[in-house]
Design a protein around this ligand. Sequence first.
Ligand code: DGI
Ligand code: FE
Ligand code: FE
Length: 193
Amino acid sequence: MDQNEALALLKPHLKQERYDHTVRVMETALELANRYGVDEKKAELAAIFHDYAKYRPLEEMKKWITSTYLPKDLLHYHHELWHGPVGALLVEKEIGITDVEILDSIHYHTTGRTHMTQLDKVIFLADYIEPGRKFPGIDEVREAAQVSLDYGCWMATKNTIGFLMSKNQPIYPDTFYAYNALTKAKNNKHEGK
Ligand code: DGI
Ligand code: FE
Ligand code: FE
């Protein structure tokens, strides 16, 4: 599936501003994939479909979580965390993408996970630093993304956890698992282990 075909399939599912965000995530993901030697075709498709389920009604997402293999604990956390896992499911069902690496990077794009693949990291980080984003601390994450994929993702998970804690929000376990795995990798590297 080429870029234009994929974008045309995506477009009816998103509002204009979300579509524009997606195009910026795609461009950012392609840059990161190129820089860090990750499969650009997979990065392109995963980025295009990462927010595919963003506007599905909550009741529909709930139904998919309840009736499929998706983790049930999602229902006990903010519904903002549902569109990644449900998106991966629907991109397979409705768009016909079967590549597990692509589907996983869509599934985990909001939280990350333990031992993220290189593709997971590209999508997670591209979504965080695309040029339209204006989070507090974003410049530091953009600089870290120039140093390495791991360092950029580590900084993004650290920022997200700090942000959620400052708002007294619960944090989904995968967000902690991602942060822990990236922190251990970073510390081991610095200690020369
Ligand atoms: O879909 P996007 O807006 O492009 O971005 P996203 O899929 O990364 O969603 C971002 C939102 O998800 C942001 O408001 C922070 C929130 N989030 C990320 N990790 C967690 C979380 N919210 C909770 N409650 N817990 C988390 O672990
Ligand atoms: Fe998202
Ligand atoms: Fe997004």
